[in-house]
Design a protein around this ligand. Sequence first.
Ligand SMILES: [Zn+2]
Ligand SMILES: [Zn+2]
Length: 288
Amino acid sequence: MKRVLPLAFLAACAGGDPTKDDTDSSGGLPHKVFVIGVDGLRPDALAAANTPNLDALFERGVLALDAHTHAQGVTLSGPGWASVLTGVEVEDHGVESNDDLGSISPDWPSFLSRVRAAGRSTAAVFDWVGILPLVGPDATDAMDQGTDEAVGAALVTRIESGEFDLVFSHFDSVDHAGHSSGFSADNPEYIAAIEGVDADVAGAIDAVTADAENADWLVALVTDHGGLGTGHEEPSVDTQTIPVGVVGGGLPAGGDAPSDANHMDVAPTALDWLGVPYEDLDGKSWLL
Ligand SMILES: [Zn+2]
Ligand SMILES: [Zn+2]
């Protein structure tokens, strides 16, 4: 496996609190994870959009608007979500386009697969069905598929059930808006789609917040790629610069993200918080 994160990342983490105990940071409540996946989300457009629900969430955590996608291959959804879900680069997970989703390497299981194999319960709620082979076989205890609005509603049901330690979501309307009218902070349709996701995910954020007496939730925001014009296949600063955020897990509100924040970091961060062991990945946990 090729290392892609420079040592500067380790230096940035060296100031962490050595007394922090990931297993008992909130009175011994069970640790849980909710991942908000938004396809094709540019960071400048996220910053420009009116997103009161995500804003309130990330006031309690850490949000990088200059994070990066995987470094290898094209910036299509297949390779992108494979990198998010596995925590490793394209040369390891093996998904090089949207035409070879089933060729994902069994050597690098998704974090949902790892969590479920460790005896914890997982749910995936998504729009794009192409994400299924990337999540992997036997990786979920429950699945829901539908429009972004349906995804938002199903997330509330799954979170409020109390049955799941890990809830992963995928919203697709932002990417659709980018393809139809432009991935740009200056495009009102693209901005409106981001504001739509903010509204659709509001109930799930509220459900997680309301569950604070029962579980210690870590919430992550992640995307597969940015975009330029009406596409995102070609790697460039516009397609490879993305937002990644984490709330909870002992991270300080308004703290600095790792200087080399990457969407591959979400997998090890989630695994860390859930206490599921994993080998060396290209992404790095933010909880170190
Ligand atoms: Zn995508
Ligand atoms: Zn797309």
